[in-house]
Design a protein around this ligand. Sequence first.
Ligand code: ATP
Length: 362
Amino acid sequence: MAQIRVENVRKEFGDFTAVQSSSFTVEDGEFFMLLGPSGCGKTTTLRMMAGLELPTSGQIYIGGEEVGMKPASQRDIAFVFQMFALYPHMNVGKNMSYPLLSQGMSKSDAQKRVREVARILGIEDILNKSVSGLSGGDRQRVALGRAIVREPKAFLMDEPLGALDAEFREHMSEELRALHDRMGATTVYVTHDQLEAMQMGDKIVVMNHGVVEQFGTPQDIYDKPATMFVAGFIGSPPMNFLHFEGEVLENSTTVELSGQTIAIPPQRESAQGKLAFGVRPEHVKLSDESEFRGKILSTEYLGTSQILTIQTQNGDLKVRTSSAQLVNVGETVGLTFNEKTITLFDESSGIAIRSDLNIGSI
Ligand code: ATP
């Protein structure tokens, strides 16, 4: 298995730049997510790692070796597509041994290897079955098995579970993660689903319009978003933004919102003009004591919790509270914020203002 390093990689298609100069490192054995909305450049980035697309500039290293101009067939990686194509006329065992036999491995060695991998995947009992009658999950396992038998340096997966229904998708994503934990194989996984990325990934790269917005652990990305885009893309509901104009100075520990003084983590840099006060829905509390007030516009019942939509002078907020908390639509409530969790943003650039909280997050 191997580390993959992407350094200042850029991809242009004619006049269009699909990936701006991007850098990140996938450590050996990591489960690494490329996350972002449709068209942000995830697949193009993955295809460059695979050797299916050549970068316009920049370098890619696999296991320390620069592979930029090497064709896919010489990179020793397995590319797993959304549509798992199996050879319909071959049984499961033959589908899995085919890549080994075509590399020149002896039939008996290939069979031994296929049985080992089938045991890991729990598909030993279907090795003689035709692939045409298999369930979706088994097809998925066979296709993975075919990639695993080759023992590639890394797995590159492009929305592999995208075509599955929600329930089965969750089951397969758990299975895939457990399989990864058993094998320790470096895996890069493309998804547009932030929940999937947060649940499965050791690290996440968040992309938008061909730009890497942030690179870090799921916790870093959630707690210390580097940009308003990341803050608004991650979380369900995502981070709230209260908009205000003003100035925060280095070492500030408060801001003024609608004439009220609100505590924030100590700031490491100053900013002025149009600013946004970022707070996650679970870090807002209803409190009679607070003079910062808002009107409840609606409630959404989610079982143990509920999401309240609250209108304030600085914009609407989504607030997650216990559903045991009784509230009435139309009533005005006081609001307090968990100060340690606040991130301020410069609205003109969309970039987080560095504080004790988000220092070192990019
Ligand atoms: P999706 O989840 O929809 O696949 P993505 O984040 O994977 O999106 P890419 O497939 O990498 O995005 O595409 C990024 C941009 O590059 C898109 O605007 C796409 O239209 C464009 N693009 C991709 N491949 C080509 C190509 N061969 N020629 C021209 N433009 C391309």
